[in-house]
Design a protein around this ligand. Structure first.
Ligand SMILES: [Zn+2]
Length: 401
């Protein structure tokens, strides 16, 4: 009962912002005495704090405001992508306290080496968080592929060359860790750290293309957790063969490798030292990445014809695939993230025009196509955000670590 009431009080403070004890009693139906006891426990655990005065409902009596505290409890979000590792430390008030990104070609490295390198990066970040007075209560790792949530095993991450890798057991951390698909976490990152939308489809453009569907503020995972494989939605049934066994999948037109090839760009794999980190603590990956999408952007800025045509084709294909997704799921908006964020000035209108020409007669208005402002950190933020959501949903567990 007490655990449930703690969750009830913390949940309201988390959802509504600053509230007085009296307002909390009114909203939750608990007595003021009970609320005061629960708030005292939450303050002692460092989950909420008293900060300033707030007017108390209709009577307008000022009272002491209770807010989520960002001073003590924190979460770690980790990401393994094809060409970088990243760590984010986020406090309970959802402020990002630490950012670490390492550019490295993970395609040619062994999983055990990738995880060891990520583990070092994460432990350094945790040490720094401790110096800031934060206690890290949990972490989530984003990987580019479907994951068995129960065991923390990555089934298949073709772009990393991983198959049945028991990630959870290879990444020992001094706090509970979970593993989840990058595309799902990027969508949750947009939900908690983005534009404030609650019904949208978030598209993560990478070498593969994943999507996360958020419905009424919740991620839709599908019956088996495989929902959102947008990269394998068929754009043209007679198109080029895809690694999934099908033909003409979106990935063959709008994935990073397909886009680079169409633009006449370098093949990323042959241009980087195998498995060696090319820089430390780099946070502006896309700006500096002269092999991947950064190369395309520089060609687009120079007005290169091949790059412009490649973008047009990718945007058209993305629009065609999204028409199917919109007809099925009816989202409020399409958020383009990953490589589509830096490409948005060249790709956004093509996608929107394709939607308008194919959906315009069916529907009363086509969902707007917008760019993610989170860049490459969407998945790591979503990962940390998931831990925070769990603490708020079950504060009793954080009270007695
Ligand atoms: Zn495919």
């Amino acid at each position: 009962m007490r655990a449930r009431n703690l969750a009830l009080v913390l949940g309201e403070v988390g959802a509504r912002g600053a509230l007085t004890r009296a307002a909390l009693a009114e909203i939750t139906g608990l007595t003021k005495t009970t609320v005061s006891k629960l708030v005292a426990d939450l303050i002692e655990a460092g989950l909420v704090l008293e900060a300033g005065a707030v007017r108390d409902g209709e009577r307008g009596r000022p009272g002491v405001a209770i807010r989520i505290s960002g001073e003590h409890v924190a979460a770690v979000g980790l990401e393994i992508n094809v060409d970088y590792l990243s760590v984010r430390v986020v406090d309970l008030a959802r402020t990002v306290r630490l950012r670490r990104t390492q550019a490295v070609d993970n395609r040619s490295a062994q999983p055990v080496d990738v995880l060891a390198r990520l583990g070092d990066l994460a432990l350094q970040a945790v040490d720094e968080a401790v110096e800031m007075g934060l206690r890290v209560v949990g972490g989530v790792l984003a990987v580019p592929g479907p994951v068995d949530l129960a065991t923390g095993t990555v089934h298949n991450a073709p772009n990393l060359g991983w198959r049945d890798v028991p990630v959870s057991s290879l990444l020992p951390m001094p706090f509970p860790m979970r593993v989840e698909n990058e595309a799902n976490l990027a969508a949750l990152g947009e939900l908690w750290f983005g534009r404030g939308l609650s019904d949208f489809l978030h598209v993560s453009g990478e070498i593969g293309i994943g999507a996360g569907l958020v419905v009424r503020g919740r991620l839709f995972r599908g019956a088996h957790g495989f929902a959102g494989e947008l990269g394998h939605v068929v754009v043209s049934p007679d198109g080029p063969a895809c690694r999934c066994g099908g033909r003409g999948c979106l990935e063959q037109y709008a994935g990073q490798d397909a886009l680079l090839a169409a633009a006449g760009g370098p093949v990323a794999r042959s241009n980087q030292a195998q498995g060696a980190p090319s820089s430390e603590a780099r946070d502006d990956r896309l700006e500096q990445d002269d092999q991947g999408v950064g190369w395309v952007v520089s060609r687009l800025r120079a007005g290169d014809e091949a790059a412009l045509r490649a973008c047009e084709r990718a945007g058209w294909a993305l629009g065609v695939a999204l028409c199917s997704a919109i007809n099925l799921a009816d989202p409020d908006a399409i958020v383009l993230g990953g490589i589509y964020a830096p490409l948005f000035p060249w790709i956004g209108d093509v996608v929107a025009d394709t939607l308008a020409s194919r959906l315009g007669q069916m529907r009363d208005g086509v969902p707007p196509v917008v760019v993610s402002h989170l860049g490459t950190e969407a998945a790591a933020l979503g990962a940390a955000g998931q831990v925070i959501q769990r603490v708020i949903a079950d504060p009793a567990a954080a009270l007695h670590p």
